[in-house]
Design a protein around this ligand. Structure first.
Ligand SMILES: Nc1ncnc2c1ncn2[C@@H]1O[C@H](COP(=O)(O)OP(=O)(O)OP(=O)(O)O)[C@@H](O)[C@H]1O
Length: 240
């Protein structure tokens, strides 16, 4: 579980639209970085992640992962894992089975897989809950299961769409620390949608700020949050 390296992600003039919303995305995301994706509600944050994951297809432009165009690559073949705000788990499967799916869709696990499963459960504090079904877990525990699964999946990019939005401040803090720990173990490239700039300050080294379907800022968190940052001023204006 240790030699994982993140991938470089590039969006080049990526155009897309829903009926009433248009998007043009340009951004370069360095390998192994943790990038906060910030912007007002409806600006296009989830859409950007869905395009990278392949759940939506660009009308024009290209998405490259480590220099390879993803145009004809199915979502399941892309080197990414995604976690949503909720509903990441299969209700009829136990915690251990939900995590095990990260390694094998048929749940046929080798000895090594089982050892990795045990350490993923330990790393996420779920050892005593492995036989439970998701309905018998708290919201925070369910997100831990999703994180344990990505530990087993070992994909070099993680797309996190407000994964801690439904959790209280204390739990959110704990989950941010867990995410930092996952990043330290596997060094994936992380795109992290959040409505909390303090989350970005706590764990992200870069920021993408989206306004009305376009990337208005893409660069270091330090520059984004600096005193004379026009982008940060606009972000504060847009989100109040
Ligand atoms: N399936 C869809 N069909 C039509 N319009 C959609 C669809 N999904 C999203 N949109 C629209 O596209 C725009 C961008 O949506 P998106 O979910 O990417 O925003 P967001 O920045 O993630 O918002 P939030 O912070 O509220 O989650 C919004 O105006 C939304 O209504």
């Amino acid at each position: 579980m240790n030699d994982q390296k993140g991938v470089r992600i590039a969006l080049r003039s990526v155009e897309f639209h829903y009926s009433e919303s248009r998007f043009v995305f340009n951004a370069e995301i360095p390998a192994g970085s943790i990038t906060a994706v910030l912007g007002a509600s409806g600006s296009g944050k989830s859409t950007l992640l869905n395009l990278v994951a392949g759940f939506e297809k660009p009308l024009r432009g290209t998405i490259e992962i480590d220099g390879i165009a993803m145009t004809d690559v199915e979502p399941s073949e892309r080197p990414v894992s995604m976690i949503f705000q909720e509903n990441n788990l299969f209700a009829h499967l136990t915690v251990a089975q939900n995590v095990g799916l990260g390694r094998s869709s048929s749940l046929r696990l080798s000895r090594q897989d089982k050892a990795d499963l045990a350490s993923a459960l330990a790393a996420t504090g779920l050892v005593d809950k492995e036989a439970r079904k998701p309905s018998a877990l708290s919201g925070g525990e369910r997100q831990r299961v999703a994180i344990a699964r990505i530990l087993l999946r070992e994909r070099p990019a993680l797309l996190l769409d407000e994964p801690f939005a439904s959790l209280g401040p204390q739990l959110r803090q704990e989950m941010l620390e867990l995410l930092r720990d996952v990043h330290a173990r596997q060094r994936p490239t992380v795109l992290f949608v959040t409505h909390h700039p303090e989350d970005a300050r706590a764990i992200c080294d870069r920021v993408i700020f989206i306004e009305e379907g376009a990337v208005l800022f893409s660069g270091t968190a330090k520059d984004f949050f600096s005193q004379n940052s026009e982008a940060y001023r606009r972000y504060l204006g847009a989100s109040t």
